[in-house]
Design a protein around this ligand. Structure first.
Ligand code: ADP
Ligand code: ZN
Ligand code: ZN
Length: 757
C-alpha cells in the first residue's frame, strides 16, 4: 500500500503539518509530489484540496483509521519537486506556513484554458467534391454548400473565419468532419506578452574588461558572483554573454530585474540578441498569460525568463544561471508573508540545481559586498564606461545658500542654468524627486494640527487635480484630495482646519506634481512627461511614458524612484536631483545606504550617449556623508563607513536580525501578548543557550507606524550573529507559543528587514 503526505490547502498555523492519506488503487500513477488532490478532512469529512508533498510506503499511523485520497484535482498544475524544496527552504528561513510557501513558489494554481489555432482543410478528391456539392444542393443544405465551395477554392481556411465570416456553425463543421469531407488541424498557441518580437541582429563585441569578467565567471566553480560595475560599464552585455554560453550547454537562464518599470528596455535588448527564446513574467500579466509562460518554460520552448523577484520560481528543468540585475534593490525582498529575499532564494536554488548566480550593481548592497569581502561571493569590478562616454560631472547645490540669496524657486542657479542650456541644445533632462504625490504633509499654520489618517498612524498626502502626465484619466481637473498612502483612505481637501477653522491649511514639501507645475511656469515651451504612481496606473503605463521619452517626445522627464533605475536614454545629458535629503529621514538603519544608491543611480542616468553629462544634487544637508560620497561617486568610501556603523550598532550584515511583528485590533490584548511572547522567549533562551552566545533582544515596542487600517502594531527585535539561531527561536514561537485567548493577535516574521517597522 502506498501513502501520500499532504499539506492541506488552508492557511492556518495550527494545520501547518502534513497529513497522511492512503492512495487508492488505480490512481497511483497520478499521485506524486506536487500534485493537487481532493481529500476528506476533519470530523465532517469536508472535501478540501491539498498538495501531495511526498509519496511513501511507510504508514505513520494505524492504516485502519487512515482516510483515502478522493482523486486528483482536474487540471491542477503540479509543483515540481525542486519547487517544493524551495518552498520548504522559504518556510524554514522566513517564517510562514508550508501552504503559504507553496503558494509563493507556484503562482498559477489551476490550469488555464489553452488557446488553439485551428485550420479547416479539405480532405476529399475532386470526384467526391462534385458528389457532395450535388447532394447538399438537393437537400438545401446551404451552410454546408457554402463551406464546401469556399474550401474547393482555398483548400485551407481559418476556423475562426469560417464561423465568423462564413456564418457556418461549429456543429456543421463537426458534421462535415465526421463525413470525412474535411479535417481540422490544431496548433497550440501561447499567449505572448511581448508585442514586438523581432530579432534585429546583434553586433556588439565585448571589450577586454567584459571578456575577462565573463570568462572568469564561466571558468569558476563558485556559485555566487558579484559584479560591481559603474552604470554604463556594460554589465548587461556580460549577462547576455554568460546566457549565450548557458544556452549553448542546453541550459536555461532566469534574469531578475527590480521592478516592472524596467521590463521594457531590458526585454528589448535581450530580444535583439535572443529573439523569441526570451519571455517575461510579471504581476501585470493575466493569469492565462502567466500560465502559458510557465508552461513554455517547463517545456523548454523559452529559455530565458525575465521578471521581478517571483521569476526566481520559473520552473525550468535545466537551470544554468540566475542573473540578478541591480541586486541592491529593496524590491527583491517580498513585502508579504513569507518575506523572502529573492537573492537568497536564488542562491539556494542555484546550489541545489548546480547553477550559478550573478549579481550586478553599480552600488552593491552592503550585504552582498560584505559577503564578497569575506570570500563567500566572488567579486569583479568594471570601473569604466563601455563606450567612450565619461562619467558625468556631479555638482552639489546647497539650497540653504540659494534661499539666503533670495532664490525662492525649487531650482538652484546651477540647475536652472543647465536646464536652459540643455533645452536650447535640444538635449534631454531628467528631474528626480524622491517622493510621490503633490506634497508630504498637510497641516494648519495657525494651530499646527496635521491632517492624519484616522485609521493609520501617518499623515495624509495632497493630490491635486491637475495632471500633466500622459494618462489623464486617473484624476479629474479641480479635485484636490487627501490620500492615505497606506490604506487608500481619501477625503476632499478641507477648506478650513478641522481643529481651529482657520483657512491657513496648506501642504509642505515637494512632490512630482509640484515640480511639474514649476517647470511649466519657468520653461513654458518645454515638453514635459511625468512618471509616478499616479500616471502609471494602467497596464502599459510605464512603457508608454518611457518609450515616449526615449522617442524624444518630451524634453524633460519628471519622476520618482522609478525613473532613475537602469534606463538608458542616450540623449539625456542632465540629471537634477530636486531634494536629495528626503530619503535620509527614514527611520531605519538602511536609510543612508538607500540615499547613496539612489543618488548614484540618478547620477548614472546622465551622459549615457556620446555627449557629456552633468548632475546637480540639490540638498539642505551638503555635509551629510551619504551625499558627499555619492557626489564623489565613491563606493568604497561609503561602504567602509557604513560597515563601521553596522558593526558598532550590530546591524545586518554583521549581525542577523529578526523582527517579530505582532498586530491586533485590540490594543490591550496586543500589549499583553507582546509581554507574554517576550517572557516565553527569554525563558526558552535561558534553558537553551551557552555563555558564548551573543544575543540582543530589543523591545517589544510600538512600531514606528503604530497603527495601520485600525490595526495596532508592536515589534520585537532579536539580533544574533547566527541566522540559524534566529530561525530556532522562530520555530519555538511558532510551535510552542499558542494560546486560544490570543487568537485575535497575528504574528509575522521578517528576517533582516529592509526597512523599519
Ligand atoms: P550597464 O548594464 O553596466 O549599465 P550596459 O550594458 O547597459 O551597461 O552598457 C551601456 C551602453 O554601452 C549600452 O548602450 C551598450 O549597448 C553599450 N555597450 C556595452 N558594451 C559594449 C561594447 N563592448 N561595445 C560597444 N558598446 C557597448
Ligand atoms: Zn488649525
Ligand atoms: Zn490610512
Amino acid at each position: 500500500m502506498l501513502f501520500a503526505n499532504i499539506i492541506v490547502d488552508i492557511t492556518h498555523e495550527k494545520l501547518d503539518k502534513t497529513f497522511q492519506y492512503i492512495i487508492p488503487a488505480g490512481i497511483e500513477e497520478k499521485i506524486y509530489a506536487g500534485v493537487l488532490v481532493y481529500i476528506p478532512f476533519g470530523r465532517g469529512n469536508r472535501k478540501i484540496t491539498g498538495y501531495v508533498i511526498e509519496v511513501t510506503d511507510k504508514a505513520e499511523y494505524d492504516t485502519d483509521k487512515m482516510k483515502y485520497i478522493i482523486d486528483t484535482v482536474d487540471k491542477s498544475v503540479p509543483i515540481e519537486t525542486t519547487l517544493i524544496k524551495l518552498a520548504g527552504y522559504i518556510k524554514e528561513n522566513y517564517g510562514s506556513t508550508m501552504n503559504q510557501a507553496l503558494k509563493t513558489v507556484i503562482p498559477v494554481k489551476v490550469q488555464k484554458k489553452s488557446i488553439e489555432n485551428k485550420t479547416i482543410i479539405l480532405d476529399i478528391d475532386e470526384k467526391e467534391q462534385e458528389e457532395y456539392r450535388q447532394s447538399f444542393a438537393k437537400k438545401h443544405a446551404v451552410a454546408r454548400l457554402r463551406l464546401l465551395n469556399e474550401l474547393i477554392i482555398n483548400k485551407r481556411l481559418s476556423y475562426r473565419l469560417v464561423t465568423e465570416k462564413l456564418n457556418v456553425t461549429s456543429k456543421t463543421i463537426g458534421d462535415m468532419e465526421k463525413l470525412g469531407i474535411l479535417r481540422i488541424e490544431r496548433e497550440r498557441l501561447y499567449r505572448t506578452p511581448i508585442k514586438n518580437n523581432i530579432k534585429t541582429g546583434y553586433d556588439i563585441i565585448l571589450n577586454d574588461t567584459q571578456r575577462r569578467v565573463a570568462e572568469a565567471i564561466e571558468k569558476s566553480d563558485d556559485t555566487v558572483h558579484l559584479i560591481r560595475g559603474v552604470t554604463g560599464s556594460g554589465k548587461t552585455e556580460v549577462y547576455m554573454e554568460l546566457i549565450a554560453n548557458v544556452l549553448n550547454e542546453g541550459k536555461e537562464a532566469i534574469v531578475l530585474i527590480p521592478e516592472i518599470a524596467l521590463t521594457y528596455q531590458t526585454v528589448m535588448r535581450f530580444y535583439k540578441r535572443f529573439g523569441d527564446m526570451v519571455s517575461i513574467v510579471n504581476s501585470k500579466l493575466s493569469a492565462g498569460e502567466k500560465y502559458d509562460q510557465f508552461e513554455m518554460a517547463k517545456e523548454g520552448r523559452v529559455k530565458i525568463m525575465i521578471g521581478p523577484r517571483s521569476a526566481v520560481f520559473t520552473p525550468f528543468r535545466r537551470l544554468g544561471l540566475i542573473i540578478i540585475d541591480e541586486e541592491h534593490e529593496g524590491t527583491y525582498k517580498s513585502e508579504a508573508v513569507p518575506k523572502y529575499h529573492a537573492r537568497e532564494v536564488a542562491i539556494y536554488r542555484a546550489r541545489e540545481e548546480g547553477a550559478k548566480v550573478v549579481l550586478g550593481s553599480a552600488t552593491p548592497s552592503v550585504d552582498s559586498y560584505y559577503r564578497a569581502e569575506k570570500g563567500e561571493y566572488r567579486l569583479y569590478s568594471m570601473a569604466h564606461r563601455a563606450r567612450e562616454a565619461r562619467l558625468p560631472d556631479v555638482m552639489v547645490a546647497d539650497m540653504r545658500i540659494e534661499l539666503e540669496n533670495g532664490n525662492k524657486t525649487m531650482f538652484s542657479g546651477k540647475l536652472n542654468g543647465l536646464i536652459t542650456d540643455r533645452l536650447k541644445k535640444k538635449e534631454q533632462i531628467i528631474l528626480f524627486i524622491n517622493r510621490r504625490g503633490f506634497a508630504g504633509f498637510v497641516s494648519c499654520r495657525s494651530c499646527g494640527e496635521a491632517m492624519k489618517c484616522p485609521h493609520c498612524d501617518v499623515g495624509l498626502t495632497l493630490h491635486t487635480g491637475r495632471n500633466w502626465g500622459i494618462d489623464n484619466n486617473s484624476v479629474r481637473a479641480g479635485d484636490n484630495k487627501l490620500v492615505c498612502h497606506y490604506c487608500g483612505y481619501t477625503i476632499p481637501m478641507p477648506k478650513n482646519c478641522p481643529n481651529c477653522r482657520s483657512k491657513y491649511i496648506a501642504a509642505f514639501g515637494i512632490g512630482t506634481q509640484k515640480v511639474e507645475e514649476s517647470v511649466h511656469k519657468l520653461y513654458p515651451s518645454a515638453r514635459v512627461l511625468r512618471m509616478d504612481m499616479d500616471t502609471t496606473a494602467g497596464k502599459d503605463g510605464h512603457e508608454k511614458i518611457l518609450s515616449a521619452f526615449a522617442n524624444g517626445e518630451a524634453d524633460i522627464l519628471i519622476g520618482t524612484q522609478m525613473i532613475v533605475k537602469g534606463h538608458d536614454f542616450p540623449n539625456v545629458t542632465l540629471v537634477g536631483v530636486i531634494a536629495a535629503d528626503l530619503s535620509l529621514y527614514a527611520s531605519d538603519y538602511r536609510a543612508s545606504e538607500r540615499t547613496f544608491q539612489l543618488l548614484t543611480q540618478a547620477a548614472g542616468r546622465a551622459g549615457r550617449g556620446d555627449k557629456e553629462g552633468a548632475v546637480v544634487i540639490q540638498t539642505y544637508t551638503p555635509e551629510n556623508p551619504a551625499i558627499i560620497s555619492s557626489s564623489r561617486q565613491d563606493y568604497e568610501e561609503f561602504y567602509n563607513r557604513e560597515k563601521i556603523y553596522r558593526t558598532l550598532m550590530e546591524y545586518p550584515p554583521v549581525y542577523h536580525m529578526m523582527a517579530i511583528l505582532m498586530t491586533s485590533r485590540d490594543k490591550s490584548l496586543l500589549d499583553e501578548f507582546a509581554e507574554w511572547i517576550k517572557e516565553g522567549i527569554e525563558e526558552y533562551l535561558e534553558e537553551n543557550s551557552d555563555n558564548e552566545e551573543r544575543l540582543r533582544l530589543i523591545g517589544p515596542a510600538d512600531a514606528g507606524i503604530s497603527k495601520i487600517n485600525d490595526v495596532y502594531r508592536k515589534v520585537y527585535y532579536i539580533k544574533s550573529e547566527n541566522y540559524g539561531r534566529l530561525t530556532h527561536i522562530k520555530d519555538f514561537v511558532e510551535n510552542i507559543l499558542y494560546e486560544e485567548k490570543y487568537k485575535n493577535v497575528a504574528i509575522q516574521y521578517d528576517f533582516n528587514p529592509m526597512s523599519g517597522y
